[in-house]
Write a protein that binds this ligand. Structure first.
Ligand code: FE2
Length: 373
């Protein structure tokens, strides 16, 4: 059985309040921006590139309510992102935290054996002083600490307002990043759990082992880490032995190492959100009709009518605190790596463990079609 530990057992080495943004490396940011605008409903926010004096890369900042995505493309072969992209393909390079003091957070982490990704940097312009620093985590992923308390500009020095022509899309109303999941190498999950305990002072909230999440073919092991205020939630997965290749193994093979597997985006009206995203062209995992046959016996009464949930393929799970509604996209790149989850929480602070069985069967049918099972 999954082990759930709700009490806080972490240590507040430095304040962890919330995530600042996620940065992606992409082979062609201009095209990725169009996708995130027209399909996921993000709005242009800020830009840095040759037009703003940056010669080696472009970064587009996109915004939707409290979600900030930065999409960066290197402009030459010697930029470090070029090697990153050669290895991993498009994906998440940085899960960035908001920091009261970037220097204090960074030095605090280094004092507990974190490795530097880039040194503490202070940049000033007419809008004030912007500070950042970063440490390494699993694979080639990093955690930046972003400090804007003395900075009044739009995003960061070197960035200008991003102006783009209108595009048409249905607004999905995504609110914030609920959780971000990392896939790590076989046998390394507890090492990374300990890393987040030691370096960030996070606490281990949920433990899933093979017996909790498994199908005939594959299984998953997971440790969910959280901050004291519950606003930073990091599940960490490793593959578990099954008869065939697990989805985590497929990820590790195609990503050529550990990395961010999925980002869960929170909504307060999942029926509206999934209707909009499907209209915009998002491809979701197929949920078999049979999933809904006995669903209300399993989860009890819910506020929503079942018919639209079934029509849209939305999954439901309940725990002792309430229930949640969720749905997972197919991978958003050609490599079967990064995907998204859309989640609405109605009291539950869980991750939809009761859905994993139905979900894995759907994921495995996709893996089989790719010849990776
Ligand atoms: Fe998730």
């Amino acid at each position: 059985m999954a082990i759930i530990t709700k009490e806080w057992k972490g240590t507040e080495y430095f304040p962890i309040t919330e995530l600042d943004h996620v940065e992606f490396y992409a082979g062609n940011a201009k095209q990725a921006v169009h996708y995130y605008r027209t399909v996921f409903g993000f709005k242009p926010y800020a830009y840095a590139g040759p037009e703003t004096g940056r010669r080696d890369a472009v970064s587009y900042v996109l915004k939707q309510n409290k979600i900030f995505f930065v999409i960066t493309t290197p402009l030459n072969s010697s930029h470090p992102a070029t090697d990153w992209l050669k290895t991993h393909g498009d994906g998440v390079c940085d899960v960035a935290f908001k920091a009261d003091s970037a220097k204090e957070a960074y030095e605090s982490c280094l004092s507990r054996d974190a490795k530097s990704a880039y040194d503490f940097t202070e940049i000033s312009d007419e809008n004030g002083t912007f500070r950042k620093a970063a440490i390494k985590t699993y694979g080639d992923t990093i955690h930046s600490f972003i400090e804007r308390k003395d900075y009044n500009g739009l995003w960061a020095p070197g960035y200008e307002k991003l102006e783009m022509g209108p595009v048409s899309f249905e607004d999905p109303g995504l609110i914030l990043m609920d959780h971000i999941v990392g896939n790590v190498d076989d046998g390394k999950m507890d090492t990374w759990k300990e890393y987040y305990e030691r370096v960030f002072g996070l606490t281990n909230f949920i433990v899933f082992d093979e017996g909790d999440i498994s199908t005939k073919f594959s299984a998953l092991k997971s440790r969910v880490m959280r901050s004291k205020n519950w606003k930073v939630l990091f599940p960490i997965n490793e593959p578990a032995k099954g008869l065939k290749k697990s989805q985590i193994e497929e990820y590790l093979e195609f990503n050529e190492g550990p990395g961010v597997q999925h980002i869960a985006l929170l909504t307060s009206d999942i029926i509206k959100t999934i209707t909009a995203l499907r209209k915009n062209g998002v491809e979701f995992l197929y949920v078999p009709d049979t999933y809904y046959d006995d669903i209300l016996d399993r989860v009890g009464p819910i506020d929503e009518a079942l018919a639209p949930l079934k029509e849209l393929g939305i999954l439901i799970d309940r725990d002792d605190e309430g229930y949640l509604l969720q749905l997972f996209t197919k991978p958003v790149e050609d490599r079967p790596t990064l995907f998204y989850e859309i989640i609405q929480r109605k009291g539950s602070r869980g991750f939809g463990q009761g859905n994993f069985q139905a979900l894995f069967e759907s994921i495995e049918s996709e893996q089989e079609r790719r010849g990776n099972l």
